[in-house]
Design a protein around this ligand. Structure first.
Ligand code: HEC
Length: 149
């Protein structure tokens, strides 16, 4: 029963556009120093689940035996780049459940007491720096669309 609920509850999180924060919350363009910080934060706080090489956990589309989704890849094969910056920031800071306000169980931790806002923007900048140009551009257009809503 718990398993079924988790599947039903999580589907809208990944499929629906999530509430966007104000456009002025968008991060400044990343410089080399920010990327160095981002890479460090990634390997310390994210790689254990999302993979050293952003590859995610095995069978990441399938609910596991605990009724939860494994960590998805952050590379071009995942759906991180389907989200605008404010959503990525919100999920990282608050965790999926709190950010979406949905009653779901998730293994994605909230980093609000662990990372500063600057560190969160830096790790997101690092993740984006690993995307191919084509994917980066698509995510930028998702950002523009979110900002104009
Ligand atoms: C303990 C495991 C774990 C750690 C550590 C972790 N995550 Fe996650 N993350 C998950 C899981 C599992 C999901 C899948 C969605 C869900 O269940 O909420 C997820 C989803 C996400 C998403 C949404 C991706 C999408 O396509 O919807 C983002 C963004 C994210 N994580 C960023 C991060 C960042 C940045 C870090 C490091 C600062 C991090 N995560 C550390 C487990 C983890």
């Amino acid at each position: 029963m718990t398993k079924g609920l988790a599947i039903v509850a999580l589907a809208p999180v990944l499929a629906l556009p999530l509430p966007a924060m104000a456009a002025e919350d968008a991060p400044p363009p990343a410089g080399p120093q920010e990327l160095t910080i981002g890479a460090r934060v990634y390997s310390k706080s994210c790689a254990i689940c999302h993979g050293d090489n952003l590859e995610g956990q095995p069978n990441w589309r399938q609910i596991n035996e605990f009724g939860r989704l494994p960590a998805p890849p952050h590379n071009a094969r995942g759906h991180t780049w389907h989200h605008d910056d404010a959503t990525l920031f919100g999920i990282t800071k608050l965790g999926t459940a709190k950010f979406t306000g949905l009653d779901i169980e998730s293994d994605m931790p909230a980093f609000e007491d662990i990372l500063s806002d600057e560190q969160i923007w830096a790790v997101l900048a690092y993740i984006k720096s690993r995307w191919p140009e084509r994917i980066r551009r698509q995510q930028e257009s998702i950002n523009r669309r979110a900002a104009s809503q």
